[in-house]
Design a protein around this ligand. Structure first.
Ligand SMILES: Cc1cc2nc3c(=O)[nH]c(=O)nc-3n(C[C@H](O)[C@H](O)[C@H](O)COP(=O)(O)O)c2cc1C
Length: 178
């Protein structure tokens, strides 16, 4: 059994990328894994101050919601990030959170597999590539981890637009295969 932490970063309720997150969670639960899905909606995640105190204290000086998310991420075996594509990139919410996970860098983090789930209005394969590349940069800083998989839900603009999109089954399958 693995501990799976899934972080949904869309500000919208009934979000498309969060639907992917829920599908991944369902698949992982069906496979018997311990799963937690956190949405950043309504949470406060401030910008990293770049002070590097976290590299000595293993904890950020800012007391906001990223502090607890970071503690949970430390003990998770699997990290899953879900994001809308904004301007052909990951959302600012996700980038801000990744920076705030900087206390993990010198820590004895448990995660080995990292997944990225994306949703966008356009459907071309190239649309999520910069977001994937951005997360690859983050993962590259964690030598014991790898980007284990990605799922892209293309062609969705309004929230909850395609409840039967094939990407949902792909996300569920990834969760089941953990
Ligand atoms: C600020 C902003 C920028 C966006 N940029 C893109 C884009 O570059 N390419 C695209 O295909 N869709 C873009 N979209 C559309 C969203 O990716 C799309 O609505 C997606 O379904 C949102 O996912 P969510 O429901 O999880 O929030 C953008 C939306 C917003 C609000």
């Amino acid at each position: 059994m693995k501990k799976v932490l899934i972080i949904s970063t869309s500000p919208r309720s009934n979000s498309n990328s969060e639907a992917l997150a829920k599908a991944f969670a369902k698949g992982a639960e069906e496979a018997g894994h311990e799963t937690e899905l956190i949405s950043l909606r309504g949470k406060t995640v401030n910008f990293c101050r770049g002070c590097f105190v976290c590299q000595e204290k293993l904890r950020c000086v800012i007391r906001d919601d990223a502090d607890e998310i970071c503690r949970k991420a430390l003990h998770a075996d699997v990290l899953v990030f879900a994001t809308p594509i904004y301007y052909y990139e990951m959302s600012g919410q996700l980038k801000t959170l990744l920076d705030r996970l900087n206390p993990l860098f010198p820590s004895d983090y448990a995660f080995r597999d990292v997944y990225l789930l994306t949703a966008a209005a356009e459907d071309e394969e190239s649309v999520p590539q910069r977001a994937i590349s951005g997360l690859e940069g983050w993962v590259a800083c964690f030598e014991r981890a790898r980007l284990a998989g990605t799922v892209f839900m293309g062609g969705v603009t309004a929230a909850g637009e395609q409840p039967a999109h094939p990407a949902l089954a792909q996300a569920a399958a990834l969760g089941q295969e953990l």
